[in-house]
Design a protein around this ligand. Structure first.
Ligand code: GDP
Ligand code: MG
Length: 606
């Protein structure tokens, strides 16, 4: 297929607006995969992604489509992840395309994430093709939603395609629009130029090593070539090159050329060698400059991961190493906590990323873990006048050895029906947010939708902010955030003592004005969460030497073994076993067993 008949596009959509259904519709219409095959293969991504309502990634799919009276075209759909933690990956997928389908649910309207991804697409100079989906729904209000797209995205929506992905209405129109409106890859680039291919996805396969998905910008690539990843600097010989349709089909008889999308395997040991955004070049005909836009992964939140049983420490290390093969954004180093023993301090892109990693460690590697509450990265100006980075509250220098503490801020954009504006403003004030703007987006059936923007400390967002937004708006509001920078604040470290023992994993950094309230809530919640012991347990929250709140858990008197009268030994064993099971996911701090929930107590703000 000549370059002028290649189309590379991606799909931008808010969760549940119909991206997967439309993708299936396109694959089915072009007979790329058969319906039965599809259900099992392509809708079945990671369980975790499904459960969390993250759009499952298809990676890419090449379709063949011939418009009426036209020539055959190759349409490459390049998929993007659907969550704010992965916006860098989204931007690289978009950079591999010439156009994006903007899918908007005609009964809902534009949401925060959609808009953020649209801006990424516009930054990459993509043609945006609006598609109104779910027009079959009685609540569909295409006119209102079209006006919203024009207002918010600033594009002409008069040629938006009306579609029902589910009822397979408008699928052909979408394909025709891709052919007509998505530009072909630039014509001037030559296969003889030095190779530059953009990696938009990569994953680790136990048998073949890392599988790299790429789009060729300049030059060509074929089996046997020696390649270099320009940012990681490593070199490999290509074992296999092919196209993704969406099955991987090796191509042995020709080279892939500019504008083409493909995959390659080269016995690459870890994803970090071939990260998203890196440029592939050829060692024989090397490009002088890498493609723009590459970024190192910078963790935004950190948490401690400790095995409940110290015997699992090595297993945890091995599991983290394995996950890292496939996840270049995951970082970890050994952490030795006085209260918890040995574990790892892990860095994540965001809260969702941290939850995915923890769940995989537990499900796939069968580890019993205690996870400490996530914290952000602080900048501390120490007494010597140096700025140090602190990703663990336990490492915060004491007040006499620091001059100032700076914390990261994000700009949060919220899209909400008018009715919830009041409660969301309250939430932001409560989270130390600073109001920036409020925009009315016009009135519609569901009340006027409003865009609210605040600057909020990231520490307040990584708590339960997202859940709070959802519950306060009955699920109707959506949000998006971007880092804006560091600001100096009056921050203090709040420590917790359980039964007189320093519980360092419960330490947290809080604003001085909120310290008493947070300390009080934390102590009260710990009192509920920590089970009674054989002895009374005092709990105390302190700042430096000063106590800010305290409570006391009374002792239990009941001894489970007392009922056995030393008689029936099997019954006694059963009881002990039951007790041991009840102890699961607990970690002893001193003599007190502390359950997992207690380590997260700081997050569950009211
Ligand atoms: P994604 O999260 O954007 O991938 O959305 P999905 O494709 O998974 O669709 C979310 C839900 O909307 C599913 O229950 C679909 O069956 C439903 N859906 C998708 N397209 C349509 C449509 O055109 N009409 C109706 N009524 N429902 C749709
Ligand atoms: Mg989906």
């Amino acid at each position: 297929i000549p370059k002028k008949n290649i189309r590379n596009f991606s799909i931008i959509a808010h969760v549940d607006h119909g991206k997967s259904t439309l993708a299936d519709g396109l694959l089915e219409f072009t007979e790329t995969v058969h319906t039965r095959e599809m259900a099992s293969q392509f809708l079945d991504g990671m369980d975790l992604e499904r459960e969390r309502g993250i759009t499952i990634k298809l990676q890419a799919a090449r379709m063949r489509y011939t418009p009426e009276g036209g020539e055959p075209h190759a349409l490459n759909l390049i998929d993007t992840p659907g969550h704010v933690d992965f916006s860098y990956e989204v931007s690289r997928s978009l950079a591999a395309c010439e156009a994006a389908l903007l899918i908007v649910d005609a009964s809902q309207g534009v949401e925060a994430q959609t808009l953020a991804n649209c801006y990424l697409a516009l930054e990459n100079d993509l043609e945006i093709i609006p598609v109104l989906n779910k027009i079959d729904l009685p609540g569909a209000d295409p006119d209102r939603v079209l006006a919203e797209i024009e207002d918010l995205v600033g594009i002409d929506a008069t040629e938006a395609i009306m579609c029902s992905a589910k009822q397979r209405i408008g699928i052909k129109e979408v394909l025709d629009a891709i052919v007509a409106r998505c530009p072909p890859p630039p014509a001037e680039v030559e296969p003889a130029n030095p190779l530059r291919a953009l990696i938009f996805d990569s994953y680790y396969d136990a048998y073949r090593g890392v599988v790299v998905m790429f789009r060729i910008v300049d030059g060509s690539i074929k089996k046997g070539d020696k390649i270099r990843f320009m940012n990681s600097g490593v070199e490999y010989d290509i074992d296999e090159v092919g196209v993704i349709s969406p099955k991987q089909v090796p191509v042995n008889d020709r080279a892939l050329e500019p504008g083409e999308v493909g995959y390659l395997c080269a016995s690459i040991k870890e994803v970090a060698h071939a990260r998203v955004g890196d440029t592939i070049t050829s060692v024989a005909n090397e490009a002088s400059d890498a493609l723009p836009g590459y970024q190192e992964a910078t963790p935004m939140v950190y948490a401690g991961l400790f095995p409940t049983d110290q015997g699992q420490y090595n297993d945890l290390r091995e599991a983290l190493e394995k996950l890292q093969l496939n996840d270049a954004a995951l970082s970890f180093e050994v952490e030795n906590s006085p209260a918890m023993g040995f574990g790892f301090r892990c860095g994540f892109l965001g809260l969702l990323h941290s939850e995915i990693v923890q769940e995989r460690l537990e499900r796939e590697y069968n580890l019993d873990l205690i996870t400490t509450a996530p914290t952000v990265v602080y900048e501390v100006l120490n007494a010597k006048g140096e700025t140090v980075v602190v990703d663990n509250p336990a490492d915060m220098p004491p007040p006499d050895r620091r001059r100032e503490v700076r914390e990261p801020y994000v700009r949060v954009d919220l899209f909400t029906p008018e009715d919830y504006v009041g409660t969301l403003m309250e939430l932001n004030q409560d989270r130390r947010g600073e109001f920036i703007t409020m925009e009315y987006l016009g009135t519609g059936a569901g009340g006027g939708r409003t865009k609210l923007s605040y600057e909020v400390p990231l520490a307040e967002v990584v708590c339960d902010y997202f859940d709070a937004v959802k519950s306060r708006s009955k699920g109707y509001a959506s949000m998006e955030y971007t880092m804006t920078g560091y600001r100096k604040n009056n921050l203090v470290r709040l420590d917790v003592k359980i039964n007189g023992e320093e519980a360092d994993p419960l330490s947290c950094i809080v604003h001085k004005d909120k310290a008493y309230g947070v300390g009080r809530d934390l102590v009260d919640r710990l009192k509920e969460l920590i089970p009674r012991q054989q002895f009374p347990v005092p709990i105390q929250a302190t700042i430096g030497a000063k106590s800010v709140a305290s409570a006391r858990i009374p002792a239990i008197r009941k001894d489970v073994l007392a009922k056995c009268y030393g008689g029936d030994i099997s019954r006694k064993k059963k009881l002990l076993k039951k007790q041991a099971e009840g102890k699961k996911r607990m970690k002893a701090i001193g003599r007190v067993d502390v359950p997992q929930e207690a380590f997260m107590a700081i997050l569950n703000k009211k």
